[in-house]
Design a protein around this ligand. Sequence first.
Ligand code: NAP
Length: 501
Amino acid sequence: MSVGMKSVTDRLRDSGLLRTQGLIGGKWIDAYDGKTLEVHNPATGEVIANVSCMGGKETKDAISSAFDAFNSWSKLTAAERSKGLRKWYDLLMAHKEELGQLITLEQGKPLKEAVGEVDYGAKFIEFYAEEAKRVYGEIIPATLPDRRLFVLKQPVGVAGAITPWNFPLAMITRKVGPALACGCTVVVKPSEFTPLTALAAAELALQAGIPPGVVNVVMGNAPDIGDALLTSPQVRKITFTGSTAVGKKLMAGAAGTVKKVSLELGGNAPCIVFDDADLNVAVNGALAAKFRNSGQTCVCANRVLVQEGIYEKFADAFSKAVKNLKVGDGFGEGVVQGPLINKAALEKVETFVEDAVSKGAKVLLGGRRHSLGMTFYEPTVLSNVKSEMLVSREEVFGPVAPLLCFKTEEEAIHMANDTNAGLAAYIFTNNLQRTWRVSEALEYGLVGVNEGLISTEVAPFGGVKQSGLGREGSKYGMDEFLEKEGACSTAFELYFEDGLE
Ligand code: NAP
């Protein structure tokens, strides 16, 4: 282990945040067969830690713990649940630096971006600590004079939360925050590539006084853990962020026990630059939308559609900006582009670029593995890209910006919507009418206008078409963990004996 990594892991161990076992019923537990799996630093290939490699048996126990804890957690007052969440938020923020380091270690993103993720992720806990107190029901005008009709919102029950590696903290807090606020308990399954951040966050939940069994974490054999969650009648909700292929499997699997399902799946975001855009705003916006997390986010611009009148100027200015992006280990000074998560991701990027070049795309910048080796890939700009190339059809999930040219607004909308995905889209224009017209015509759950960073805890986040079901973040994120229960009662007279106003 390198000296730098050893000092980071030593510090994390000293602060009690380097957890390697699963969390079931408030206890840190090894896999029942003793198996472990290695967690690597993608920048160096070094093993950071060996974590318990769990499966169906451990997951069944985690579900039982969550089911038992549901009885008491769901019966607390909203104010009590809110307090626990608020304390958890405070602890996440108090350990922002260490959590950021952990994210950089296991995921590879630059430290500044990783610390930014901690801020972003913690805000979901803060927001839902507040939202916990606002689960209002409704009184409905009754159909008979002596009846009263009302709607109660009730927590759905135990939720299984399966999350990806690209946001090791925020994808968990965005699910667990609203679940706990509503009174649900959870079994979290983080990605095998980034379990350490999830475990550290769970440790802080325990320290915040969130009772044992309310938050459980198991990781290891994904299909076995998934099957245990899907087949258990005690699990009433599956919330998933990840690839569309796995999301479809989970949706089919959840049908057996008719669970509530929400899915945050892959995207194929168009970033449309019109002739009337401000060039600087468009370049900076496209840069942020494409290259953060080395292109490994579901809302990353996947296709940059540029109108013919501004195409050359944009391609030139954008390539110059991309050339300045410093690549390296996420702990390095000034680094803004880390490694890709693993070899498979690197090979996917290579295949997509090779396919594009073989079909006539031109490499303006990059287009090959970085001299740093490992899974580093050069920030790349391709021009003369066509809609039928792989890089336009599927998420490249890497630092490759394909530039496509269009003539008219109608053509841009057609190209943008010509995909099964519908998560995020971006437009750059200074024309107000066009802003509304195009935003509404785009079949996407999120549209950024003259802006490359659009995620926030206060706005609903989610996709249409095959990018998913349901919304996370905002007040709407609560609905995913609530059932609306209708009740009818015979009218009764009210007595106000306590004399209060
Ligand atoms: P993934 O391969 O689908 O994995 C996501 C999670 O599912 C991981 O925890 C994985 O476990 C688990 N998993 C895999 N197979 C499973 C199975 N058969 N049963 C149960 N769980 C299973 O996706 P990824 O590569 O980690 O993440 C990248 C994808 O996520 C991209 O497509 C991206 O667009 C999408 N994403 C979407 C959003 C959004 O909000 N819409 C946000 C972030 C990412 P292991 O890792 O342990 O195998």
